[in-house]
Design a protein around this ligand. Sequence first.
Ligand code: LLP
Length: 424
Amino acid sequence: MNHFQYKDGELFCEDIPVAVIAQEVGTPFYLYSKATLTRHFQAFDSGFADIDHITCFAVKSCSNIAVLSLFSGLGGGADIVSGGELFRALQAGMDPRRIIYSGVGKGEEELRYGLKSGILLFNVESEQELLRLQKVAADMGVTAPIAFRVNPDVDPKTHAYISTGLAKNKFGIPIDEALELYVQAAEMEHIKVMGVSCHIGSQLTLISPFVEALRKVKAFVGRLAEKGIAINYIDLGGGVGITYDDEEPPHPQEYAKAIIEELGGLKATLILEPGRVIVGNAGIMVTEVQYTKTNRGGDKEKNFVVVDAGMNDLTRPSLYGAYHSIQPVQEKTTASQLVDIVGPICETGDFLAQDRVFPQVEQGDLLAVMSAGAYGFTMASNYNSRPRAAEVMVSGERFAVIRERETIESLIKGEAIPEFLEKK
Ligand code: LLP
C-alpha cells in the first residue's frame, strides 16, 4: 500500500496533485511520500518488535538527509558504505551508536572518520582491512568494534549484478576461512570483536535464501563460542524485494517471522539493513513528454515517447534491464500503442521502458515512473552535462523541496582551465 493514487483521473501523492508540484518545481523530479516512508519503515521494524534489534536503513538506496532524518526519528539507524554516507547520516541527526559501516573498500581516512564518530560496528571484509583498521585505531589510541562480513555462499536467486553472497562475488570472507581471522582479531589490542554479518543480495523474492544464510551464520556462531569468542550482534543485511511488476516478494512481517524462528533463542542483537523494501515504493520520478515520434524502416516502425528524464536520472532500466511501471499523471483514455519511452541522452541504451503498451500521449503530458524511491536519485549522474533532478517530499497537503535541482553552473564547480592552456 502506498500513497500514490488516482482521484478523479489525476495522480495524487497523499493529498496533493502531482501536477501541482510539477508546476512549481519543474521536471524531472523525484517525489517521496512521508506517510508511505513511515508506513514502510514501521511495517518492517515492527516485525522484530519482540526481539532486540536495530533497523539500520541502507543509505545507498535513498540518501537524502530529510529521508534519513525521518527514519532516525522513527528509531532507525543507518547502514553506510562510505565516508560520504557517514557524513549524511550524521548531518541527518542519526545516533552514531546506530550506524554500521559495510563495504569492501574502506579507505584509511574513512576508517578514521568512522572511529572518530564512534559508530557501532565496522563490517570488515578482508584480512587487509582488519590490519588497516587495527593500525588506524592504534594511531588514534582507540578500539575498533567489528564484525566480519562472512560470505555464506548462498544463491539469492536475483539479478547477477546484485547477488552478493555467492563464493564468486567480491563480498565478505568465505565462511570456512573466517574462523581463523576471528581468532586473530580477538587477540588484537585495538580491535574488539562484536558480531557476525552477512548480506546475500538485493531484490530477493524468496525467504528461503535468507533462512539458509542465517542457518550457516548460526552454526558459525556456535563454532566461535567453542573458541571462546562471544558474539553480541548478528547482522543479516538487507535484501527483501518489492513489487515493480508482477513479483510477489514476502511481506516484511512474514520475513521477520521466519528470521525470528530460525534465530531460536540465540542471545544477540539482530541488525537489519533494509533499503529498497522501505523506500522503493515510497518514491516516484516525474517527467514530462518532450516529443513523440515514429521511426520507420522497411515494413517496420517504432514509436518513441521522448521525455525529459534519462538514464542519468534513473539508470535502473538501462543498467539492469529493470522494469518500472510508468503511468500518465492525468489518466488517459486514448488508444494504446507499443512504444519505447526514452530520454534525451545520446545513447541507444537510454530508455525508461521498451516495447511498452502505452496510451497515446502528447508533448507536455506528465508521466510518473513508479517504484523509483530506491536506487533512483542515488544512482543519478551528470552524464551529458545534465543537472541532477530535484527531490521533493510530501506530507498530507504540504510539500517541500528536499534537494534543489542542480544548475548548469554547479556542473563545472571545481573545474579549472590550467595556465598552460590559456591563450597568450
Ligand atoms: N546492506 C548491504 C551490505 C548491501 O550491499 C545492500 C545493497 C543493502 C544492505 C540494501 O539492500 P536492499 O534492502 O536495498 O535490497 N542498485 C541496485 C541495488 C544494489 C544493492 C546493493 N546492496 C538496484 O538498483 O537494484
